[in-house]
Design a protein around this ligand. Sequence first.
Ligand SMILES: Nc1ncnc2c1ncn2[C@@H]1O[C@H](COP(=O)(O)OP(=O)(O)OP(=O)(O)O)[C@@H](O)[C@H]1O
Ligand SMILES: [Mg+2]
Length: 444
Amino acid sequence: MLIVEDEETLRESLKRLFVKNGFDADTAGSAEEAFELAKSGVYDVIITDIILPGMDGVEMISRLRDQVADQIFIVITAYASLESALKALRAGAYDYITKPVIHEEIKRVVENALRQKALQMENLLLKRQIRKRDPDGIIGESSAMNAIKSRVAKVAQARSSVLILGETGTGKELVARAIHFGSPRAESPFIPINCGAIPENLLESELFGHVRGAFTGAVSSKKGLFEIAGGGTVFLDEIGDMGLGLQSKLLRVLEDQEIRPVGGTHAIRADLRFITATNKDIESAAREGRFREDLFYRINVFTIKVPPLRERREDIRPLAGYFIERFSHELGKRVKGISADALALLEGYDWPGNVRELQNIIERSLLLADSDVIGVDCLPDNIRRSCSINDESVSGGCSIEDYTKQFILRFQHTHTEQSIADMLGITRKSLWEKRKRWGLSRSD
Ligand SMILES: Nc1ncnc2c1ncn2[C@@H]1O[C@H](COP(=O)(O)OP(=O)(O)OP(=O)(O)O)[C@@H](O)[C@H]1O
Ligand SMILES: [Mg+2]
C-alpha cells in the first residue's frame, strides 16, 4: 500500500500500524512523490490525505485512476470538509475517514475494501469458469440444437468455409462466434460484417482497404477489415445482399488468399477463415444467376441450418429460463421463473422473430413483473391474443391450430393422451401426428 500524507507524525504512525499488521507500506509526502512511486510499483491500496501541498488528493486520485484501473483509494479528511470527502468519493475513492484518525477505524476500512475486492475477483473467476464450461453459449437441448452443437465442435477445428442458414433471429451469429471461439484461431480477431447495411462502394474499401488517393476523399491510406482480421475469422452476415461486383472480388480472396486494397498495385497475403450467413434462399439465387454460383460453392463447403424456433419448441423453456436469469441479474430484478400458463402461451406462439423475439419479450416482461414470477399479465397482447385458454370466448386472431396447440401443451401433464384426444375430438394417432408436426414433445 501507499500512504500519502504531508503531516509527518500521522504518516509515520500509519506506516507503523500497517507494517505491524503485515502490510508492505510505502509513504509519500506529496502527490508528486506519490506519482513517482506509483510509476514503478502497483499498489492495491492508496491512502491519501485530501489536503496536500501542491496538487490535492482528489486531483491525484483521478490521475492515478487513469493509470491503473483497480486500485482502492481511501481518503483522509479534516472533520470540517465533508464536502471534499464527497468529492473524493465521486472521483472514485472507496471510502473516507475523518481526522483524528483512529487506528482501529482505518484498519477496518482497509480490510473491508480488500475483502470486497477479493470477492469481486472471485466472482470474476467464477464467471470465467462458467463460461469455460459452456464455451459455445448456445442454449437448447432439442435434437436439432444438439446436432448443431456437435457440427460446430467438428467444423471449428477445420479451416473450411461455413455457410449458416436460418431465419432472422435464430442465432446464426451466435453459431458463427461459437465456431470461431472453439477454433485454433480463438485468440485472433472475430470480425462480423453486415454486408446488407453498407453501400457497395463503401463496403469494398471497408473490406479491402484503400491506398491514398484511390478516390476523391481518400486522403490517407486505410487498412481494410480483411487485413485487420488477419489470422482470425471474418463473419460476413447477409451475404445474400452482396452485389455481384464485390462477389467476384471476394471470390478472388477465397481462391488466392490475397487481398488487393482499392487503388493498390500490390496484393497482401491474408490468412482468413470465412463464415457467411444469410436468411435468404441463396441456393435459388445462385441457380437463377442473382448470386455467383462459383462463389456459392466456395462459401458453402460446410452448411449449418439453424431451424426456426417454432420447429424446436422444446428449446423455448430453457431459453426463457436462461433469459430470465440473465435479465434478472442485469436489471436488478428478483424474478426467478415463469408461471405455467405464461410458459404454455410462449410454447404455443409461432415466434416469427425467433430467439431474438423471445429474448426481447422476456426482457420486457421482467420490467413489468412485480412478483418473482412472470405471469400471463406481463406478456404482450399479441402473444396473449395468439391464444388464451383461460379466455372463455376464443375469438379474434386465434386459429383452431393455435388453439389445439395450446390445448395440448396445457393438458398433457395432467391428462392421458386418450383423454386429450377425446376432448379434442380426434384419434390418438392424429394427436401424435400433430405433436410431431408442431415439434411438441411430452416433456414440454
Ligand atoms: N440458442 C441460443 N442460446 C442463447 N441465445 C441465443 C440463441 N439463439 C439466439 N440467441 C440470442 O438471440 C439473439 C439473436 O441471435 P443472432 O444475432 O445470432 O441471430 P441471427 O440469426 O444472426 O439474426 P439475423 O438474421 O437477424 O442477423 C442474440 O442476442 C443471441 O445471443
Ligand atoms: Mg445476424
